[in-house]
Ligand binder design. Sequence first.
Ligand SMILES: [Zn+2]
Length: 82
Amino acid sequence: MSRKFIDCREFPGDTYCSVAISADSEDELIEIAVQHAISAHKHADSPELRSAIRSMMHDGMPPEHVMPPGASTGAAESAHRH
Ligand SMILES: [Zn+2]
């Protein structure tokens, strides 16, 4: 079983947050991420929140740096152009 993670730096929102959460199972990860979203970001627990969190889930371990979606500051992006 592969490790899964959610990186809060990817989460669209007004509060910058650099927390990354990793776990061995999707259910475990979602529960923790929901608790984090509620306590740190004042979200309400809802099916929409859970599906948003589920869509942010990745396999592996959190990278040291992430590029937020839509960011175009150059350097790191040139390695991943479409
Ligand atoms: Zn966060």
